[in-house]
Design a protein around this ligand. Structure first.
Ligand code: DAH
Length: 443
């Protein structure tokens, strides 16, 4: 089923899903923004920002997604994503910032360098946008940890746009933004303790914090670390994260924050942080003590470090009161002119245009069904006018055992009225491509 809760910080790099396949090999010649021709999808190659990648059986990048690559919302001063990024950076004053790494990365950077196993489901085509088997749009800012380490800095932040194929609703979009934090120092108990004392001197508690996590076999201290050193670096991590959250939510009343155990191949122990907002626990970040193999690989054998990765959309939606994730992409002045760099203010909705609702039902052929691929196809055909796709009926015929699905597609524009005729035309196209791509029998 499609989740309705906010789930921007999708920790798909720890989660488990099944493999899927999707071949949206659209041949399309498209340039955009007269000053920056960003991409061209040719028959045998994809060109993006002047670099060319041969296509193969992994290729599944779409024109709709490539058109987002140069938008860089995290660098547009008045965009709430950029405002949040800067507020987070202001909590880490002596950290070096990297905000312009290219989102086009190798699978080595996105997965192998972080010890994500070869058969891990977060590598599948149905979760990612591949140029080819070796090149992908980054699925997380962790893909740049080694670049950060190679810079020689021992404290740094990396922000950027990240890409994951997903469902469609008001809080899911295939492009979102993350900020990664990384800190390390000498693996020496006195130095670690001194550093912890130094940062803890600035404690300003104003939120309810729940942390009853304990070290256990499922979420262990790494064998190469002493528990004293691991505990000290973890306390330093937790202090930094808690302080940042307190500062970001300084004006929000009744904020609750909790730490829970997690799993990532690139940290141990690992945690996630959730905040209670309007009665719902929202996951905002993943973090942990850096896998020592990453440190050693960078020639930093005698150092110990922590890292975190945080989704920016979810935080911005909560803090600015933004109800729909598509709004961040709006170039409508009624949206963007509401915001000022350095300031959090509540978004004032500017008229909501009526939706146009269409259903599509079909019999499935034999084999697996991947909702992400279906949503991706709809997004490719209809674009941002799709607000939401919801499974409303799923049944199996008692006699022939065939499975039938019915999805409700909610079309709505952010900035104008849509006509029924125009949506009928889009819906017809959607029906056609769904039939062609998935070999379903339309009803
Ligand atoms: N990259 C993870 C994700 O997107 C989040 C994360 C978890 C980043 C732990 C980290 C970390 O740096 O240490 O799901």
């Amino acid at each position: 089923m499609l989740a309705s809760s906010i789930r921007i910080q999708r920790v798909s790099l720890g989660r488990y899903t099944t493999t899927g396949s999707c071949g949206l090999l659209n041949v399309c010649k498209k340039t955009w923004y007269s000053t920056k021709p960003a991409f061209e999808i040719k028959e045998n190659e994809t060109v993006i920002n002047g670099k060319s990648f041969d296509k193969d059986e992994w290729t599944n990048v779409t024109p709709a997604i490539l058109a987002k690559v140069n938008r860089q919302l995290h660098l547009q001063p008045k965009n709430p994503i950029s405002i949040i990024r800067q507020l987070i950076e202001s909590n880490f004053t002596d950290f070096k910032t990297f905000n312009e790494f290219s989102p086009v990365v190798t699978t080595k950077q996105n997965f192998d360098d972080l010890y994500i196993p070869k058969d891990h489901p977060s590598r599948t085509k149905s979760d990612n946008y591949y140029f080819n088997k070796d090149t992908v749009l980054r699925a997380h800012t962790s893909a740049h940890q080694l670049q950060g380490l190679a810079s020689g800095e021992n404290k740094f932040l990396i922000s950027g746009d990240v890409y994951r194929r997903d469902e469609i609703d008001s809080s899911h979009y295939p492009v979102f933004h993350q900020i990664e934090g990384f800190f390390y120092l000498d693996n020496d108990l006195t130095k670690l303790q001194n550093e912890l004392n130094r940062v803890q001197a600035t404690e300003t508690p104003n939120i309810e914090l729940v942390d009853d996590t304990v070290i256990k076999p499922e979420n262990p201290v790494q064998a190469c670390h002493s528990s004293e050193a691991s505990d000290l670096i973890a306390a330093h991590l937790k202090h930094n994260i808690n302080t940042m959250i307190r500062n970001l939510f300084a004006d929000e009343k009744d904020l609750k924050v909790r730490w829970i155990d997690a799993y990532f191949p690139f940290t141990s122990p690992s945690w996630e942080v959730e905040i209670l907002y309007k009665g719902e626990w929202l996951e905002v970040l993943g973090c942990g003590v850096v896998n020592q193999k990453i440190m050693n690989g960078a020639g930093l054998d005698n150092k110990i470090g922590w890292a975190f990765g945080m989704g920016l959309e979810r935080l911005a939606m909560v803090l600015f009161g933004i109800p729909d994730i598509r709004l961040f992409w709006s170039e409508d002045s009624r949206f963007i002119d509401q915001f000022t760099p350095g300031k959090i203010n509540k978004f004032v909705p500017f008229s909501k245009f009526p939706p146009c609702i269409k259903d599509i039902s079909f019999w499935l052929p034999e084999g697996e069904w991947h909702e992400n691929d279906f949503c991706e196809l709809i997004r490719g055909e209809a674009g941002d006018i799709v607000e939401n796709v919801q499974l409303i009926d799923d049944f199996r015929h008692p006699k022939n055992n065939k499975r039938s699905l019915c999805y409700r597609i909610n079309y709505r524009s952010m900035d104008r009225n849509v006509t029924n005729d125009e949506i009928n035309e889009i819906q017809e196209k959607v029906r056609r491509v769904v039939q062609e791509q998935f070999k379903v029998e339309l009803r």
